[in-house]
Design a binder for this molecule. Structure first.
Ligand SMILES: [Zn+2]
Ligand SMILES: [Zn+2]
Length: 142
């Protein structure tokens, strides 16, 4: 264990968690499945080693589809986590569910090819057409 770097929860507080290791990657995701799961045209993820996410209250319900498992609160519906069989050593947590989302900054855009046309991105962050995670991208460069 390397110390708690962040904590978070769902909207209704039934699910609470701690993150006990440094981020592997962070970014905005524009993919269609995140869009449908969250109802928002862009979401944000903090990717960590799966062993670094510790639930201190409750456990997410799971929805599995096409190699992806999404965790959410079965009481309030908050979208919380994303796991993919293509990068099984990581779990992703929405930055927006952190108790202090100001502490973790997105460092890239992923699935930029699926971005909604009217959503205007003016930052200078790297933009990946696809996932970039698990594709050998060196996130420490950003
Ligand atoms: Zn909840
Ligand atoms: Zn996505």
């Amino acid at each position: 264990m390397s110390g708690i770097i962040a904590s978070g929860r769902c909207l209704c507080r039934n699910i609470q968690y701690q993150i006990e290791g440094e981020p592997v990657w962070t970014g905005y995701c524009h993919c269609e499945s995140c869009r449908r799961m969250t109802g928002s045209v862009v979401t944000n993820w903090l990717g960590i080693k799966d062993t670094d996410l510790v639930f201190t209250k409750g456990r997410p319900a799971k929805f599995k589809d096409a190699g992806v498992t999404r965790g959410f609160c079965s009481r309030c519906g908050s979208s919380l986590t994303y796991e993919a069989t293509s990068f099984p050593e990581y779990i992703q947590v929405h930055i927006g569910t952190l108790d202090n989302p100001n502490t973790i900054t997105p460092r890239a855009h992923v699935h930029f090819a699926e971005k909604v046309e009217w959503f205007d991105v003016n930052d200078r962050l790297p933009r990946f057409e696809g996932s970039a995670v698990g594709e050998g991208v060196d996130w420490k460069k950003f």
